[in-house]
Design a protein around this ligand. Structure first.
Ligand code: ATP
Ligand code: NCN
Length: 226
């Protein structure tokens, strides 16, 4: 069982859960987590990289250990951010219902806030065992450029859900996606300032997103003028 570092019992804690494939993690993810932590007075935000994101099975996803390490690097400087391996270590298709059950077992009594972008919350009715999700956590949908933030798709169900099941929060707009970052690396364009510096360096070191990109090539090498 997890022991909080500040000695407070888990039952009094509000924990954010930021699930994602994080291939790679970028500043859109970090700003969303930071804003929701501030709005809801969260004690901590736990980033949970997916193990096997079944709704992305039509594309190739980087090894889980690379995505996990990039998430650790990106969150290391924030004492209120941490990273969980629950989805990676489960070794089966990643369902949020399992993520939340595992975290509730690890942090008994804590109130969980699952943070999702507008695109993800719009697809929540396609998630495994979705009605159960709202018994396990509150859901916070955050704005994301290019997507409408609403719960119209849930309108037929809202009466059946526990109170305060879903909140919508406007966060500073960052038009960044992992897809865009991967494309940039592939095209030898910079990803500096879209992802944390350590993540740029990790992508270069591990040669992610480009078979032909030699370590230290121009797309990830910071120019002397920057
Ligand atoms: N720029 C952003 N602003 C707000 N939320 C975001 C942003 N980017 C991603 N999110 C949210 O973060 C969570 C994890 O996203 P994910 O790791 O799939 O990143 P992504 O950029 O959407 O990746 P990809 O482009 O590969 O699909 C999702 O809930 C997603 O909606
Ligand atoms: O539970 C599901 O069936 C489910 C389906 C799709 C996505 N999710 C979760 O939504 C979060 C964002 O997923 P993704 O694929 O957009 O990176 C991540 O925590 C996923 O595990 C969950």
């Amino acid at each position: 069982m997890h022991q909080p570092s500040d000695g407070s019992p888990d039952s009094q804690r509000r924990l954010g859960v930021m699930g994602g494939t994080f291939d790679p993690i970028h500043h859109g993810h970090l700003v969303a987590a930071s804003e929701v932590a501030d709005r809801f007075g969260l004690d901590e935000v736990i980033f949970v990289p997916t193990g096997q994101p079944w709704q992305k099975s039509d594309r190739s996803v980087s090894p889980a250990e690379d995505r996990y390490l990039m998430t650790v690097i990106a969150t290391a400087s924030n004492p209120r951010f941490s990273v969980s391996r629950v989805d990676i270590d489960r070794g089966t298709a990643t369902y949020t219902v399992d993520t939340l059950r595992d975290l509730r077992a690890q942090y008994p009594g804590a109130q969980l806030y699952f943070i999702t972008g507008a695109d993800a919350i719009a697809s929540i009715l396609s998630w495994q065992d979705w009605p159960t999700l709202f018994d396990l956590a509150r859901f916070v949908g955050v704005s994301r450029p290019g997507y409408d933030l609403n719960v119209e798709h849930l309108s037929g169900h809202l009466d059946e859900l526990p109170p305060e099941s879903v909140s919508l929060v406007e966060v500073p707009a960052l038009a960044i996606s992992s897809t865009g970052c991967r494309e940039r690396v592939r095209e030898h364009r910079p990803v500096w300032y879209l992802v944390p510096d350590g993540v740029v360096q990790y992508i270069s070191k591990r040669n992610l997103y480009s078979d032909s990109l030699p370590t230290g090539s121009l797309s990830t090498e910071r120019k002397s003028t920057q």
